[in-house]
Design a protein around this ligand. Structure first.
Ligand code: NAP
Ligand code: MG
Length: 412
C-alpha cells in the first residue's frame, strides 16, 4: 500500500515514559502507513534546559504557523526535578507557556470503549469539558483580615479618578477577604473558541455559571456568550443541526448526570478544574482522556491529558516490563492528523486518523489491553505490555487497511 502524504505539523517531544511511547507509536502505527512530515521540537527537559526554554517558544510559534501541533507529555519541574536533572532554572510549565502564547482554550474529552463502563451507566457518549483557563480565583488577591474594620472594593481610572467604591463588609472580628477579576476580551476569546469547537466537532454546547447570585461577574460571562452566539454563530449552529444552551450551574450538573453525554460543557475556570476531574474519573481512566488546545485564530494543539507516567518510567529504566497505556497519546496524533487532513482537504489522512482510532477501541473491546484498563475491565482480566499492545493495534490496523483501502483513497 502506498503511504499517505501530508503537509507538516509541529511535533513536540516530551519526557519519561511518554517519550518512550511516543517513539513506539511512530514506529508501529504511523511511519509504516503515513509519509509523516513534522517540524520536530524536543521539549524533553534536558533540551529545554539546554536552550533556556527557547525551544518551547519556538514550538508554540511553529503551532501558530502550521496551525496544527501534537505534544507529548512533559515534566513541569519542581525542586526535586531541578536536582534530579541538574537544571539551570525551575522552568515554567510548557503547557502554560504555550497556552499563554496561543491564548487558547483546553477541551478535554474521554475516549469511550464498551469494555470500560462509566461509573454513570447512562453516559454513552463522551462529555467534553471546556475550561476557561484565565482569571477568577487563579488570579485573585486575598488576605486575612486582622480584626474590626471596613473592607471596600475601589476602582481608580487611568486618569486617577476614583470611579467606584463599594463596601464589601464591615468586619467586627477577624476574617478573610478576596478580590477576583476577569477581562471581557478573554471571555470573548473563550466564547468563540467554544462555539468554533462545537461547530468543528458537531456537538451541542452547554454553558453554565451562577449568574443568579453573581449579578455582574457571572452575568457578564452569560451576556457575552449570548451576544457572540446571536451575532456570529446562530445561523451556523442551525445549519449544523446543533444547539447552544445556557443554564445555571446547579441545573447543568443535574442534567449532565441524567444525560447520555455527547456534548461540550463550557465552564468558568474553577468549575472547569473541578468538573474535569469528576468527568474524567466517572468515565473510568485518566489514561483514556484526550486534551486539545484551541486558539482564537484556529490553531490546534493535541495531547494526552495524563503526565509522563514517572512511576512506570523508573521501572522501565530498571529493565522491568511496563504496561503503560498509549491510547491517549495515539489519539493526540490522530487528532492532529485529522485536523491536518481537514484543513488541507486531505481525505486519506483524515480517514486514516479515524480508522486508527476505531481500531484502538476495537482492540480494547476484543480483550487486548494494558494493565490500567484490565483492572477496570473486571477481576482477573489479562493484560499485555505497551509494545505488545501497540503491535496488536498495528496488526488490526493492517487488516482494516487491507479491507478498506479503497474507502481510504476514495476509489470505491
Ligand atoms: P501521571 O504521569 O499522569 O501519572 C499518575 C499515575 O496515573 C501513574 O503513576 C499511573 O498510575 C497512572 N497513569 C497515568 N497515565 C497512564 C497511562 N497512560 N497508562 C497507565 N497508567 C497511567 O501524573 P504524575 O505522576 O502526577 O506526573 C508525572 C509528571 O508528569 C510530572 O513531572 C508532571 O509535571 C508531569 N505532567 C505533565 C502533564 C502534561 O505534560 N500535560 C500533565 C500532568 C503531569 P499507576 O502508577 O498506579 O500505574
Ligand atoms: Mg483539577
Amino acid at each position: 500500500m502506498k503511504k499517505i502524504s501530508m503537509n507538516p505539523i509541529a511535533e513536540l517531544d516530551g519526557d519519561e515514559m511518554t517519550r518512550i511511547l511516543w517513539q513506539m507509536i511512530k514506529e508501529e502505527l504511523l511511519l509504516p502507513f503515513v509519509d509523516l512530515r513534522t517540524e520536530y521540537y524536543d521539549l524533553g527537559l534536558p533540551n529545554r534546559d539546554k536552550t533556556d526554554d527557547q525551544v518551547t517558544i519556538e514550538a508554540a510559534n511553529a503551532i501558530s504557523r502550521l496551525q496544527v501541533g501534537v505534544k507529548c507529555a512533559t515534566i513541569t519541574p519542581n525542586q526535586q526535578r531541578v536536582e534530579e536533572y541538574g537544571l539551570k532554572d525551575m522552568w515554567k510549565s510548557p503547557n502554560a507557556t504555550i497556552r499563554a502564547m496561543l491564548d487558547g482554550t483546553v477541551f478535554r474529552a474521554p475516549i469511550v470503549t464498551k469494555t470500560i463502563k462509566p461509573y454513570i451507566p447512562n453516559w454513552k457518549n463522551p462529555i467534553t469539558i471546556a475550561r476557561h483557563a484565565y482569571g477568577d480565583i487563579y488570579k485573585a488577591v486575598e488576605y486575612r483580615v486582622p480584626g474590626p474594620g471596613k473592607a471596600e472594593l475601589v476602582f481608580t481610572g487611568e486618569d486617577g479618578r476614583e470611579t467606584y467604591r463599594q463596601t464589601v463588609f464591615d468586619f467586627t472580628s477577624p476574617g478573610i477577604l478576596q478580590g477576583q477579576h476577569n477581562r471581557d476580551d478573554s471571555i470573548c476569546h473563550f466564547a468563540r473558541n467554544c462555539f468554533s469547537y462545537a461547530l468543528n466537532t458537531k456537538q451541542d454546547l452547554w454553558f453554565s455559571t451562577k449568574d443568579t447570585i453573581s449579578k455582574q461577574y457571572d452575568q457578564t460571562f452569560k451576556m457575552i456568550f449570548q451576544d457572540i452566539f446571536d451575532r456570529e454563530y446562530k445561523t451556523q449552529f442551525e445549519s449544523a443541526g446543533i444547539s447552544y444552551f445556557y443554564t445555571l450551574i446547579d441545573d447543568a450538573v443535574a442534567r449532565a448526570v441524567r444525560s447520555e453525554g455527547g456534548f461540550i460543557w463550557a465552564l468558568k475556570n474553577y468549575d472547569g478544574d473541578v468538573m474535569s476531574d469528576m468527568v474524567s474519573t466517572a468515565f473510568g481512566s485518566l489514561a483514556m482522556m484526550t486534551s486539545v488546545l484551541v486558539s482564537p485564530s484556529g490553531c490546534y494543539e493535541f495531547e494526552a491529558a495524563h503526565g509522563t507516567i514517572t512511576r512506570h518510567y523508573y521501572a522501565y529504566r530498571e529493565g522491568k516490563e511496563t504496561s503503560s497505556n498509549p491510547i491517549a497519546t495515539i489519539f493526540a496524533w490522530t487528532g492532529a492528523l485529522r485536523q491536518r487532513g481537514l484543513l488541507d482537504g486531505n481525505t486519506p489522512l483524515y480517514r486514516f486518523a479515524n480508522l486508527l482510532e476505531t481500531v484502538c477501541i476495537e482492540t480494547v473491546d476484543s480483550g487486548v489491553m494494558t494493565k490500567d484498563l484490565a483492572v477496570l475491565a473486571g477481576p482477573n482480566h489479562t493484560y499485555v505490555n505497551s509494545l505488545n499492545f501497540l503491535q496488536a493495534i498495528r496488526q488490526n490496523l493492517t487488516t482494516a487497511l487491507e479491507t478498506s483501502s479503497e474507502d481510504l483513497w476514495g476509489n470505491s
